[in-house]
Design a protein around this ligand. Structure first.
Ligand code: AP5
Length: 197
């Protein structure tokens, strides 16, 4: 019956740390639903929805979308879930979002299981983001509007100011563990699994 047990994993870490990459693999291997707020917002932008039009300039500037929008999105995603087996990638990002998520999970009787914090030096992060933009352009794919050096640095600053304080929020609850995010994707994945045991 372990397959049916609730599991809530929250990936924390700065832009470019590998949250999306690692969350995708963990979701596939452990039958979890990955909830990536960045992907959800970019999908709205691509479809030109009203929400997409509202958030597009915010994403391009590397700023955070208002808390009420994000909290409503997550509430919708979790609504009606009988088993809460999810990975959050990119949420929560502010104290208000973390508090709202605590309440939502409490209502669902699904406490946080683990919070891996991916750590990568700043310069390597900017390099990864710029490289992703360069490669997408070389392949003729859509380039994320925030994958430039200037916006990557802005996103880092926003992370330090608004998201880094969440480390204390989850450390205080005993869920958080630090993961060296430098190395091959397999190496980083193994470290994440080891910390989860
Ligand atoms: P979001 O999409 O969440 O962007 P981010 O956190 O800045 O994340 P990235 O996708 O750049 O990095 P990542 O850590 O996921 O790394 P990835 O695996 O992609 O958010 C975008 C925007 O949406 C925000 O700025 C904000 O405007 C808005 N938003 C989203 N959520 C919000 C919220 N909760 N509240 C308010 N606003 C919100 O990897 C990055 C690159 O590195 C890839 O090319 C990858 O291939 C490569 N890579 C991965 N691992 C390795 C490795 N081990 N070695 C070398 N390269 C690697």
């Amino acid at each position: 019956m372990t397959q049916n047990k609730n599991k809530v994993v929250i990936f924390l870490g700065p832009p470019g740390a590998g949250k999306g990459t690692q969350a995708e693999r963990l979701a596939a291997e452990q039958d979890l639903v990955k909830i990536s707020t960045g992907d959800i917002l970019r999908d709205h932008v691509a479809r030109g929805t009203e929400l997409g039009q509202t958030v597009q300039p915010i994403l391009t500037a590397g700023q955070l979308v208002p808390d009420d929008i994000l909290i409503a999105l997550i509430r919708d995603k979790l609504a009606g879930m009988e088993q809460v087996r999810v990975i959050f990638d990119g949420f929560p990002r502010t104290q208000a979002q973390a508090q709202a998520l605590d309440l939502l999970l409490e209502e669902l009787g699904a406490p946080v299981t683990a919070v891996p914090l991916l750590e990568v030096p700043d310069e390597a992060l900017v390099g990864r983001i710029v490289e992703r933009g360069r490669q997408a352009a070389a392949r003729g794919e859509a380039v994320r509007s925030d994958d430039t050096e200037e916006v990557a640095r802005k996103r880092q600053q926003v992370y330090r100011e608004q998201t880094q304080p969440l480390i204390e929020h989850y450390e205080g609850r005993g869920h958080l563990y630090r993961v060296d995010g430098v190395g091959t994707m397999d190496e980083v994945y193994s470290r994440i699994l080891n910390g989860m045991r």
